[in-house]
Each structure stands twice: as structure tokens, then as C-alpha cells.
Design a protein around this ligand. Structure first.
Ligand code: ADE
Length: 251
């Protein structure tokens, strides 16, 4: 069966960059969302802004699968760093996703997905490996080719690629106390964002392979708000476009 790749992004401008890669575009509007259908490198793709938070991303991911028949889902966006050593500009590719704000105790254990008997949802090994290759290829060429020398200097970029667990919740994390609280329960988490685990749950239920690719935009502490906007405009948009373009080329 031919693949149709769904590409979701958490920032409108970021996903606009990805939309610009599409040829033979058709725009379909459903539920206040714009789905752009077309081809990248001859491969059928559907691209949409997920909107922010778990519920919004759930709606968009479900529509991608149910209305557009996507066979694979790739989520791309930014995240706040939780693990020590992660720096702004680093890239995290998901092994597993968990909702850090899900808690139905005492009925089931903390973080457990109701009726699904698990805390973590694993991303597709194939897509995760491909995403890793795409990012490695780009980093080998040098990040200055993606964002330009000025942004490399301004943000002190020396990006590294990590594979690991990502936590999602309906909160922008911007205090050290909250970072530490999440880490005290989920010590292996590399970064936090607001959509990935919801998309993972949708994909689990539909049996759709997925992966999540996140660029670290902030340190999820008191500096987070200041760093975030500037970084997405000047760095994350270009990262997303280059990573998706390379990933699709490798398919
Ligand atoms: N996305 C990017 N940075 C984030 C943060 N600090 N918290 C939640 N989502 C984010």
C-alpha cells in the first residue's frame, strides 16, 4: 500500500515552512483547521498545524487519520529541556511518550492511560530511526546551513541528537520547581511539550505508526518564556523544514 505521511506541527509559522515544501497542493478546512494535501518528493503528504495542547492535537491527529487516511504520522515542534545537559538547539526524537499531568489515582496508577493498561506509548522504531538518520545527515552538514551563521552565534547552537522519553501535559513549564516535580516522578524524561503523548495515544488506538521530533527551545525554567518566541521564529522554523524535507527524501 502506498504511504500517505501526516505531518503535524505545534507552531503555525513552523508548519507554514513545511507547507511550502508541498507540490500540487489542495487545502481542506475541517473543524477550524487547515489541512494541506500534496506531495513532497513525489510522496503523498498531509500537513497541518496541530494547535496547542493535548485536546487540540488529539482532534487534529484523529482527523488526519480518519479523514485523510494517513498511514504514518510525524509530529515536529519545540520542547523545554528537562534532562541535565540538554541545550537550546538540541534535537530529541521520541522513544516513548507519557502524559505528565494524567493522574486517575487511586483507581489506577499515576500516569496510567485509562483502559489502555500502560503509562508509556512507544513510537514506531522505523520512523524513529529514519528521523534519526535525517537529523544526523543535517547535523553532519553543519547547522549553519539550516539557520545561517547569525542564528548559530546568537543562540550559541552546537546541536546534538538524543533519543529518549518525552512528557506532554497541558502546561507550559516555566519554573524550576515544576521541572523538578516532573523529574522526581519521571526521572528519565528528556523534555516536555504539550501535544506528543496525545498524538501517541491517538496513533496507538488507530494502529498508526508515529514519531515525535522536538527541538529544544528553552530550559523549562524561569527563562522559558523569553527564549521561546525568538527561538521558534529564528531557528525552529528552519529546522522543521529541513528535517521534514530530509526525512521524506529517505523514505
Ligand atoms: N514547548 C516548548 N517549550 C515548552 C515548555 N517549556 N513547556 C511546555 N511545552 C513547551
Amino acid at each position: 500500500m502506498d504511504r500517505t505521511i501526516g505531518i503535524l506541527g505545534a507552531m503555525a509559522q513552523e508548519i507554514d515552512e513545511v507547507k511550502s515544501l508541498l507540490k500540487d497542493k489542495t487545502i481542506v478546512k475541517i473543524a477550524n483547521r487547515e489541512f494541506v494535501v500534496g506531495k513532497i518528493d513525489g510522496i503523498a503528504c498531509v500537513v497541518a498545524f496541530s494547535k496547542w495542547g493535548k485536546v487540540a492535537a488529539t482532534i487534529t491527529a484523529t482527523l488526519m487519520i480518519q479523514e485523510f487516511g494517513v498511514t504514518d504520522l510525524i509530529f515536529i515542534g519545540t520542547a523545554g529541556a528537562l534532562a541535565d545537559g540538554l541545550k537550546v538547539g538540541d534535537i530529541v526524537i521520541s522513544k516513548r511518550l507519557v502524559q505528565h499531568d494524567l493522574d486517575a489515582r487511586p483507581i489506577i496508577s499515576r500516569f496510567e492511560l485509562p483502559l489502555l493498561n500502560r503509562v508509556y506509548v512507544e513510537s514506531s522504531p522505523e520512523l524513529t530511526e529514519l528521523a534519526g538518520k535525517a537529523v544526523s545527515n543535517l547535523l553532519e552538514k553543519g547547522v549553519e546551513h539550516i539557520v545561517g551563521e547569525a542564528a548559530v552565534k546568537e543562540f550559541g547552537l552546537a546541536p546534538k541528537l538524543y533519543f529518549g522519553d518525552i512528557a506532554s501535559g497541558d502546561q507550559f513549564i516555566s519554573s524550576d520547581a515544576k521541572r523538578q516535580e516532573i523529574l522526581s516522578h519521571l526521572p528519565d524524561i528528556l523534555c516536555v511539550e504539550m501535544e506528543g503523548a496525545a498524538v501517541a495515544q491517538v496513533c496507538l488506538e488507530f494502529g498508526t505508526p508515529f514519531t515525535v521530533i522536538r527541538t529544544i527551545s528553552d530550559s523549562a525554567d524561569h527563562n522559558a518564556r523569553v527564549d521561546f518566541g525568538k527561538f521558534t521564529m529564528e531557528v525552529a522554523n528552519a529546522y522543521s523544514r529541513s528535517i521534514i524535507s530530509e526525512l521524506i527524501r529517505l523514505l
